[in-house]
Design a protein around this ligand. Structure first.
Ligand code: MF3
Ligand code: CO
Ligand code: CO
Length: 289
């Protein structure tokens, strides 16, 4: 009898086979290539609708499928979350106004459309399905000149994400991942969003467990070789609370502070983990410059 590892843990987490890593690698690579290609488009004046159209075209060119079009009624190939949008920003929708734009009496300074402005930061999140396997990844981009505060937020969010990933190995727990992220972020005076989390994935988009980006060491399910999941912390410069706008998708920080996010899909190996969504071009961070 061949060795078969496939099973579901007591926490409902699927354990995949060695051969399944190839499927996730292929899906993750295409998602990452699309995020590499989109970098050249991000500049002041570009609309989020144009970015999403480009992503739709790239998905088609690769001969693969968008996981988000048709997902719970969502109709776009990406989520594009600008400035204080935490996640699930809708391409083509007017970009929510920042604090200064809201109070400005100068109508020219008020945002009315989906065009990027100088100094905007944005997360672009793409999920593709390749031969039935889901590749889910996001990273941060900047339009024009980056403020020092925004650069700090993005850099620390990237570092927090990689520290979470560094905690992935058999025998560690999901709480160890969350703790690595939370302790780093809070040590920098920033906050971790509690209202959204990472997730198991594989031949499905969202599966157990909820991957929390905060937690206590040793808490939560034990990591085992063959688990596939995302790590996708959202980090705010201000308070962690979020709210969802009337469109039922766009999540923003309640205090309108800037927010950043990175996301990788990973698989637990015998000694650590494989990042399925690593950038072939080496542009995961920074995407600019
Ligand atoms: N890609 C997102 C995630 O990281 C999910 C987006 S669902 C959508 O889980 F419908 F908003 F696109
Ligand atoms: Co995800
Ligand atoms: Co995603």
């Amino acid at each position: 009898m061949d060795h078969v590892r496939a099973r579901i843990t007591r926490d409902g987490i699927r354990i995949y086979e060695d051969a399944d890593f190839a499927g996730m690698r292929a899906a993750g690579r295409i998602a990452a290539e699309i995020l590499d290609a989109v970098a050249a488009m991000v500049m002041p004046g570009t609309t989020t609708a144009a970015i999403d159209d480009f992503i739709t075209a790239e998905i088609k060119r690769h001969g693969v499928t968008s996981a988000t079009i048709g997902y719970k009624g969502y109709r776009h190939a990406s989520c594009i979350s600008v400035n204080h949008v935490v996640c699930h920003g809708i391409p083509g929708a007017p970009i929510p106004m920042s604090k200064s734009e809201t109070i400005s009496r100068d109508l020219e300074k008020r945002r009315k459309d989906d065009a990027l402005k100088d100094g905007d930061i944005l997360n672009i999140d793409v999920t593709v399905i390749v031969d039935g396997w889901f590749g889910d990844t996001s990273r941060m981009y900047a339009a024009g000149t980056l403020s020092r505060m925004a650069e700090r937020l993005i850099t620390e969010t990237y570092e927090a994400t990689m520290r979470g990933i560094a905690a992935v190995k058999p025998g560690n727990t999901f709480g160890d991942i969350g703790h690595a992220i939370q302790s780093y972020v809070e040590g920098k005076g920033m906050s971790v969003v509690r209202d959204f989390c990472g997730h198991g994935l594989g031949r499905v988009f969202h599966a157990p467990p909820n991957v929390l980006h905060y937690g206590r060491p040793g808490s939560g399910p034990v990591l085992e070789e063959g688990m596939f999941f995302t790590i996708e912390p959202m980090v705010n410069l201000g308070r962690p609370e979020t709210k969802v706008l009337a469109d039922d998708w766009t999540a923003v920080t309640r205090d309108k502070s800037l927010s950043a996010q990175f996301e990788h899909s990973v698989g637990v190996t015998a000694t650590g983990c494989e990042i399925f969504t690593a950038s072939p071009a080496g542009k995961y961070f920074p995407t600019w410059g």
